[in-house]
Design a protein. Structure first.
Length: 556
């Protein structure tokens, strides 16, 4: 199984090209694997997690463009780089329209392809950050228990691409019951009560170990004799934990969806379950606070008619009630701000120690007088991978520290240019021309640069999605009334007033895919940076997003 955070799959029927790319990329610190055909690539993508696939357009069997289409159906988030000869440049352009990131012509230079990979990964990291932020923002948007359960099920279906999901919790008798499900018959849901160790959910609860099921229960020796739902093609069953103790189970099923879950889905499900666990814990605390608050209110009403001594007690109760309300608000905020940091910190610390052991062992081996070149190359690869992994962990640990936001003074023109450089080439190869017009003087603003980058990237992608075929996106910056204005105008399909009024509503979307949270999050980001975001649109003509931020003037 491929575990590297930066895993690359090379697909080429020429052995020399495969070997040159594989060894060259490994020397650069990537986890690189290779296959010969498009069919093999599709099977490999189903089984393992890759960030980048490098595809030769001319392949035996299905060609590179057909393979690209199938890979994008399986894993839309994978970035694809096409290999082409001079005679097949037109085919490379076609692949761009099918969402390839870029193409490279033969003969291939390792330095050139590494530069393309780094840009693709930078875009990939930004998109991952936006996606994770969307998920955590949605999960921690409420601490009302029933409302939270519904959000969890809805998000599970979208994030893990399933057509059935359920959350199971323990009742007072220490048995698992179905707190909410998407597709299960209501009567079956009410009657289901499982002891620890009983059936698959009980097995997972007993061992605190997630399970991935392929083709139902038929081929899994762990669950022989257990009767399951015959219509389930593939399933993920993941424990929900607090302080290493299981308090519930998340089950995710594919029934009509053809593809089985894979290890990449299980990795994503474990992260998602960690966020769900924190949110449910917050909701439970909130329920307890509500109970205490209601008890105080009832007691205070009974005491209102008593004498002055009792009235003094009533004043104390009222004060306590106010403190409880304040605690509720604090709980909501702490859940939103700390949850992701706690998760990342735990993951990083668990991975850090074994990586250091591997790195130390590999470096000692390199100091020995080894004569077999292949062995030395292998150890050098291990050291390179460990250094890269350590850098990743350092970033995770920094991200997990409590922060009030990294606000600093930046030139907004430079911030926008850095994001546009990541996507401009890809957009233009699909027929969308990106025009840029920046104010002559630096436009200084005080913002969290990473948040603003995420928002700009989201708005640019929305603008591209609104354009069917060829079109234009125009980006401009200017100053108006002591405000920096950023306009992103597209020549897309435009929106009606009804759609415009719902744009910032969580979960509202006009697309076939996506969570419908991007613009809601963009609005939160711009408010957090003391700015405003609004849209103007004409159906059939296009849409303009306008961002306003306070201008900071240089001191003379």
């Amino acid at each position: 199984m491929v575990d590297s955070k930066f895993a690359i799959l090379i697909v080429d029927d020429e052995q020399d090209t495969r070997e040159m790319l594989t060894s060259g990329l490994r020397r650069k610190g990537y986890m690189a694997s290779s296959v010969v055909s498009g069919e093999e690539a599709i099977e490999e993508i189903k089984k393992n997690k890759y960030e980048i696939v490098i595809l030769d357009i001319k392949l035996p069997g299905i060609d590179g463009i057909q393979a690209l289409e199938e890979i994008k159906k399986l894993k839309p988030e994978i970035e694809a780089i096409m290999i082409t000869g001079y005679s097949s440049i037109e085919a490379a352009i076609v692949s761009m329209k099918k969402n390839a990131y870029d193409y490279v012509e033969k003969p291939i230079s390792i330095d050139k392809i590494v530069l393309i990979i780094e840009k693709a990964l930078e875009k990939h990291r930004l998109m991952e950050t936006v996606a994770l932020y969307e998920i955590s923002k949605a999960i921690f948007s409420t601490i009302e228990f029933d409302e939270l359960l519904q959000i969890i099920v809805d998000l599970t279906m979208k994030v893990l691409r399933s057509d059935d999901a359920a959350v199971m919790l323990f009742n007072e008798e220490k048995k698992l019951y179905i707190a909410i499900s998407y597709a299960l018959d209501e009567q079956i849901a009410k009657e289901t009560k499982l002891a620890v160790g009983e059936r698959i959910a009980g097995w997972v609860a007993e061992r605190c170990q997630p399970v991935i099921l392929i083709n139902g229960l038929k081929n899994d020796i762990r669950f022989q004799g257990i009767q399951g739902r015959e219509n389930i093609k593939s399933a993920l069953v993941v424990p929900l934990t607090k302080n290493n103790q299981v308090f519930g189970i998340l089950t995710v099923n594919r029934i009509s969806i053809v593809d089985n879950f894979n290890n990449g889905d299980l990795y994503k499900a474990n992260i998602f379950a960690s966020l769900v666990s924190l949110a449910l814990d917050n909701a439970n605390l909130y329920k307890e606070l509500q109970k205490a608050k209601n008890q105080f209110i009832r007691s205070s009403e009974e005491l209102k008619n008593n004498d002055a001594v009792v009235m003094s007690t009533f004043v104390e109760l009222k004060k306590t009630n106010e403190e409880l309300q304040f605690s509720q608000k604090q709980l909501m905020q702490s859940g939103k701000l700390a949850a992701l940091g706690r998760l990342v910190s735990d993951m990083a610390h668990e991975v850090n120690n074994p990586l250091m052991v591997i790195s130390g062992t590999a470096q000692l081996s390199l100091m020995e007088s080894l004569t077999v070149k292949e062995i030395r190359d292998n150890f050098q690869t291990i050291v390179s991978e460990c250094v890269r992994a350590k850098e990743i962990i350092d970033r995770l640990l920094r991200f997990s520290l409590p922060s009030k936001g990294e606000f600093k003074e930046v030139d907004i023109n430079n911030v926008i240019k850095s994001i546009v450089s990541l996507v401009k080439h890809q957009f233009e190869l699909t027929g969308v021309v990106v025009g840029e017009r920046y104010a002559d003087n630096p436009l200084l603003v005080l913002v969290d640069e990473k948040q603003i980058q995420e928002m700009i990237l989201n708005l640019l992608n929305n603008a591209k999605d609104a354009i069917s075929g060829k079109g234009t996106i125009s980006i401009a910056t200017y100053v108006k009334e002591n405000l920096v204005r950023i306009s992103i105008e597209d020549s897309g399909s435009g929106m009606s007033d009804e759609v415009l009024n719902k744009l910032f509503n969580p979960f509202f979307t006009t697309k076939d895919k996506g969570t419908g949270l991007g613009l809601s999050i963009s609005q939160s980001i711009i408010k957090n940076n003391s700015g405003q975001l609004h849209f103007q649109s004409v159906p059939g003509v296009g849409t303009t997003a306008i961002i306003s931020l306070p201008l900071r003037k240089r001191q003379a």
